[in-house]
Each structure stands twice: as C-alpha cells, then as structure tokens.
Design a protein around this ligand. Sequence first.
Ligand code: HEC
Ligand SMILES: [Cu+2]
Length: 341
Amino acid sequence: MKCGTDFCIGLLAALANWPASALAANDDAPLNYFLHSYGPSSGPAMILGWVMATVCVAVCIIIGVLLVAAMARKRQPADFRDIGHEEEGLAWVYIGTGLSTCVLFALAIYAMITLNAMAKPATAPGLTLAVTGYDWWWKVVYEDEDPDRRFVTANEIHIPVGVPVLIKLDSADVIHAFWVPLLAGKTQMIPGLVNRQWLQADVAGVYRGQCTQYCGVQHAHMALEVIAQESADFKNWQEAQRQKAILPSAAPAADGLKEFMEHCSGCHAIQGTEATGDHGPDLTHLNSRRLLAAGLLTNNPRQVIEWITHAQDIKPGSRMPSIALSSSERADLSAFLATLN
Ligand code: HEC
Ligand SMILES: [Cu+2]
C-alpha cells in the first residue's frame, strides 16, 4: 500500500516537474509556474494541488455526464406507475451525498498530512534569514551568531542549493505576505509578529517571488528574487556581502560620497560610512543586485540615476522621493554609486 502511494506521488511529481531542466536554465523563471515545485518545501503542496484539481475535474465530468444522460433518457411507461412514490428516487441523493462526504473527508485528511509533511525540513536549516516587508520592498538580514558576520541586503536572496533555509518573516508597516511559488507556500508578514517559513531549492536558478497580500498602491511592484547557487558560489557571494564599502578618496566619486551623505544617508545605509538610515534598502553592495526597486527595473548605472531623479514617476507613491540634482551632482553621485560592488 505504502509502496503504491509512493509510486503515485513519484509519478505525479515527475509529470509536474517535466519542464524542470528547461526552467532551471531560464534566468526569468516566471511566477505562473506555481503548479511546479523545485524543492521539498513546496513539493507536497504541489501534489496536493494536482490531486485536488484532478478530483474537481472528475466531479464536473461525472455530473455533466449524468445530467446529459438524465435529459436524454425518455420516460418509460413503467415510470408513470411510480407517480406518488417519488421518494424512491431519493436513494440517489443519499448515494451522492454519501460519496461526496467520503471524498471530501479523504481530501481533508490528505491536506492535513500534507501540512504536517511540510511543517519542518528533514534536516536542521543550514541558514537563517530575517526578512522584513516594507512598503514596497524587502529587507533581508543574513543572521550569524557572530555579529561581525551578519549582513543586510534587499530584494535579492541568495541561498545554497539543497540546503533548507529558515526564513523569519516580519513587517515594518502593514501586512505583507512572502511568496516564492516554485519553492514554498505563502506566509503572512505581520507587524510585531515573527512568522517562520522554510524553503529549499534543489536546482540552481533564479526564482521570482512576490508580495501576495495587498499592501497599498505599489503592492504589484513588490517583487523579489531567490537565487539558488552551488555551495562554492554562494560562499563567495556571502563573503563579498560581508565586506564594507571601500571609500573613494579622489574626485568625482569622493564628491559623490559627500552628496550621498547630504541627500541620502537619512534613509540608506552603506556599511563603512556614517550612513545608517534604515527607511530604504542597504546600498553597500548595490551593484551586486540584478534588479532595482523590488524587481521593477534592471540594475545598471543609467537606471540607477533615472530612479534617483524620477522615483515618483517610475514607482508613484514609493517611499523614496524624486531627488532634484544638478548635472555635476548627478555625475559625482553616479561615480560614487558605481563603486558600490
Ligand atoms: C525619504 C527616504 C529616502 C531618501 C532621502 C532616499 N531614498 Fe533611496 N530609497 C528609499 C526607499 C524607501 C527605497 C525603496 C523603494 C522601493 O523599492 O519601493 C529606495 C530605493 C533606492 C534605490 C534602489 C535600491 C534597490 O536595491 O532597489 C537606490 C539606488 C536609492 N534608493 C538611492 C538613493 C540615493 C542615491 C538617494 C540620495 C540622492 C536616495 N536614495 C534618497 C528611500 C529614500
Ligand atoms: Cu503587498
């Protein structure tokens, strides 16, 4: 029996994972692949989803067939003898209700077994992150017992392949929800409460995530990326993120740093400088990220300066003002921001 169910689950998983290799190679893994799974934290839920969808489709087909059969069937003379004994037809209602109850009960038990199977990873998490939702971006803290090894980033989460990662979820303002559909289910981020989720990617690649609790005007532009890397690549990335910024001493970048301290340091932090603002993303390793403004723009020097001067046109309502800069200020600031690798 156990063997039989394992086989069925394996078969379903294999069917659902069919385009896995094609997708893993794709840098823009789309969100609409949520009926697929790339790790053990989403696998059981995906199979449950397929089973439920199959049962629902089967029920619709059976009802449709019965309905058409009933309409097509002509009354026989014998039927008229039963007038006054209609309650005999109730037997079909009892059978239908009985069958549906059994099926729904079985699905409810299966759903509970699934929840239990996904509650914890099989081995202890190898990494702990604290992710905080802000209107409309994500702060990501890589925790470490040694405070000097702890670091902060935004909107882009790197994880090693094959390792369960514990994610503590909280919010700085309203309720958000963290969802990386290919890797795990949705978890709410509630101010003042730490919810926990774990995820694991079995295939290296880029997995898109999205806030999935309406949180205000730019909710749709609150995306993130999980980048699953082989262990050595992940370690290199992690070491690089732990480094403080190397401060420029010559113009124009040194002038750009002064402008940054003047206009930006109240909201943004750069490790190794006196900028410790925490209303916006930590910019220490700005250029290591693929995207800007929670997935809205591709990160390159032109877009960065465009964002700084026109944030309110690009992402109206965002918590970053559009900042008016003279052309020399722009050039200096750009030169400084280009040093943040
Ligand atoms: C009032 C606070 C505030 C000020 C002042 C501010 N920012 Fe921001 N900044 C933010 C917030 C909030 C975000 C996140 C916006 C979003 O994605 O919705 C942001 C995002 C950014 C980003 C994108 C980062 C990423 O990884 O997505 C850059 C780059 C940036 N700011 C640079 C600057 C620079 C340079 C200045 C000064 C000229 C500045 N900001 C001034 C609040 C501020
Ligand atoms: Cu949201």
